[in-house]
Design a protein around this ligand. Structure first.
Ligand code: G6P
Length: 501
């Protein structure tokens, strides 16, 4: 396969819009007089994957400038050329005041849309003014896009932070330009979506897109069901997956996202024993060489099913005392959105459960669960993936889940590692058949499947991992981007997109 990073070709002048920015400028802490500026490079995930594509296209990227030196290096319009050394594109930063961040990001995005889309309507916290700020911030992003949009512009928005911007953009940029969005989180069923404050406006906003992408068919179908039910004036064609709302047409597609598998495999290959030992001693992990290693890697989020996973591990050690002292589960957690009470409570629950389970089973220096929430470099993470024998990915719901794919790509040794994968994540469609599939809420069955994974013969582990690797390398990030751009080209060229059918 001849594909390389950044090979996906955009059919126009690319403008990417995302909440998180690819580069962040910060003042080095310490000296007040030496105001040296450091730049974070994009690490992992979408920003790292898109960066070479935007570079190649000499495009524009619009994002929230959240670094303390961001606006000191930008011009009066908030623009800076990145990457810093060999600038190739314009990063247009949006400056958000504290109130905007609190209401748009910590508020409507993460207290309303996040729990709603993940099917936790009871966690929705719709505070006064949050929607209004969400609208204002969407408008500011839309105006910024307008400043850069040419006739052949391809505006590509990312995720749930921008449900209203597509319509605002559509109405203000040249008619020949294309507006597309990828929704990285699940889309809920109508019975859940009915709890969405301003739900009709959210749907109308999204229908400003010419193309709207989801990871899997189920989310695309549910979106169409919601439009059908809550926007009676729109015409939905479920077979063709199109919606006509007024004059324009939105095409809805399911295109599962992949990872930069090559880079993960390369990082894992260079992560030798020495690096793993250094990682363990630096982050206070015990001598893991002595035991079989299980691994969980998650943002500390209530959707990730960490308490359920700990309950299954507890049940497993109860039923399989032989494994005590022989198997250690490492949980790497990344604190996230901690200003939101539901996240704070969840973090406390996870930490106290780890403590309780450890005090129940620990003996002779061994602990069943090693928990760390320290920051790890990408290469260190790949070292953890490579050294783990069993990976547990058990969200209660997750749009895709890229961690499962990262683990597979980084499993470069012959031994054959096992992936336990929740049947409620988008990645299950791709990997479920050759992972050990789990229902994250069925404690007994989950515990049995951990035992099953640990007892799996080497040839069986190898056979499954080979298939998983083939799929992850084949459906990688570049392929996903190329698929998006192919769709964008199609909707752009299709004369029926605009005007009557
Ligand atoms: C999910 C969302 C992303 C988001 C990421 C990290 O994967 O789909 O849009 O960037 O979580 O969350 P954060 O709130 O820190 O950006």
């Amino acid at each position: 396969d001849e594909r390389r990073r950044g090979d996906a070709v955009c059919p126009g002048s690319l403008i990417v819009v995302s909440n998180r920015q690819p580069y962040r400028h910060e003042y080095e802490d310490g000296s007040e007089t030496d105001r040296s500026i450091t730049v974070d490079e994009p690490t992992g995930g979408l920003t790292a994957g898109l960066d070479p594509v935007v570079q190649q296209a000499s495009g524009t990227w619009v994002a929230w400038g959240d670094g303390d030196a961001d606006f000191d290096v930008a011009n009066e319009n908030g623009c800076v050329t990145v990457p810093p050394a060999e600038g190739a594109y314009t990063l247009r930063r949006i400056d958000l005041c504290d109130e905007a961040v609190d209401s748009y990001y910590y508020g409507f995005s993460n207290r309303v849309l996040w729990p709603l889309c993940h099917g936790f309507p009871t966690l929705i916290d719709d505070r006064t003014n949050d929607f209004e700020w969400y609208r204002t911030v969407n408008e500011r992003f839309a105006n910024a896009v307008g400043d850069h949009a040419t006739d052949d512009a391809v505006v590509w928005l990312q995720d749930y932070h921008f449900a209203l911007a597509p319509r605002m953009i559509r109405e203000s940029i040249p008619a020949d330009a294309t507006v597309a969005q990828f929704w990285h989180v699940p889309w809920p069923a109508p019975s859940t979506f009915q709890h969405c404050p301003a739900g009709g406006r959210i749907l109308e906003g999204l229908l400003g897109n010419d193309l709207l992408g989801f990871h899997v068919d189920q989310y695309a179908d549910r979106f169409l069901d919601c439009v059908n039910r809550f926007l009676p004036a729109a015409t939905v064609d479920k077979n063709r997956r199109t919606v006509r709302d007024g004059g324009e047409r939105t095409r809805v597609v399911a295109t599962p996202m992949g990872i930069d598998a090559e880079t993960h495999a390369r990082d894992a290959e260079s992560a030798d024993e020495e690096m793993f030992d250094a990682l363990c001693s630096e982050h206070g992990l015990p001598d893991l060489d002595e035991t079989v290693i299980g691994l969980g890697v998650d943002r500390l989020d209530y959707t990730k099913g960490i308490p359920e996973r700990l309950a299954a591990l507890e049940r497993f050690f109860e039923r399989h005392p032989d494994w005590r002292g022989e198997f250690t589960f490492v949980q790497k957690a990344t604190p996230s959105r901690t200003e939101i009470p539901a996240y704070e409570r969840h973090g406390e629950l996870v930490r106290s459960e780890v403590e309780r389970i450890n005090s129940r089973f620990e003996s002779g220096g061994w602990q069943p669960v090693v928990y760390t929430d320290e920051y790890l470099e990408e290469a260190e993470l790949c070292s953890l993936y490579r050294n783990a024998d069993v990976m547990i990915v058990s969200p209660l719901v997750d749009g895709m889940n890229l961690v499962a794919q990262e683990f597979v790509a980084a499993s470069v040794d012959d031994a054959g590692d096992v992936l336990l994968l929740s049947d409620r994540v988008g990645a299950h469609e791709l990997l479920g058949s050759h992972a050990v599939s789990i229902d994250p809420t069925d404690v007994d069955d989950f515990a049995d499947r951990i035992a099953h994974a640990l007892a799996m013969p080497a040839y069986e582990r190898r056979r499954r991992l080979d298939v998983l690797r083939e799929r992850v390398f084949d459906a990688d990030l570049d392929r996903w981007m190329q698929t998006q751009f192919d769709w964008i080209r199609r909707v752009h060229q299709d004369p029926r997109s605009r005007g009557p059918d």
